[in-house]
Design a binder for this molecule. Structure first.
Ligand code: HEC
Length: 116
């Protein structure tokens, strides 16, 4: 490949990286909505559509607060070996796993199991 073409390619790659980084602290609203659907439907298939538990344990906000965002994101990405909890790494970026972890700790629709 000619050097100018190579440099151009490099430039493109760098701007793509910059673009990816500029979105680091905010997923676009559409992706956030998709992740929310994933949480209550896909995760919900085991943890219950309202996260009250099923095959997997309930995931109420007050208990999720006991985990760090990093710990929750790790569980989401890698699953829990030896259990039915699968890893989601092939479907979710690290940023998306962190978004879900944050959501579980702050916006989670199920505040507590003691609410009713
Ligand atoms: C196929 C069923 C299944 C699916 C789908 C599933 N989980 Fe799980 N999950 C489990 C099981 C079972 C456990 C408990 C594992 C254990 O510790 O024995 C678990 C544990 C967890 C825990 C730890 C809870 C605790 O109190 O220790 C979190 C957090 C979690 N799952 C989040 C998620 C999220 C977020 C998703 C969707 C991205 C998801 N899970 C999808 C089955 C599932």
């Amino acid at each position: 490949m000619h050097l100018p073409a190579l440099l151009m390619l490099l430039g493109l790659l760098l701007s793509a990286t910059a673009l990816a980084e500029s979105r680091e602290d905010g997923l676009d609203p559409q992706r956030q909505a998709e992740l929310e659907t994933l949480l209550y439907q896909d995760c919900g298939s085991c943890h219950g559509m309202t996260l009250r538990g099923g095959l997997g344990p309930a995931l109420p906000r007050d208990r999720m607060e006991g985990f760090s965002v990093e710990a929750l994101a790790h569980i989401i990405q890698y699953g829990i070996p030896g259990s039915a909890m699968p890893g989601w790494k092939s479907l979710l970026s690290d940023e998306e796993a962190r978004w879900l972890a944050e959501h579980l700790r702050t916006d989670n629709r199920l505040e507590t199991l003691q609410q009713d």
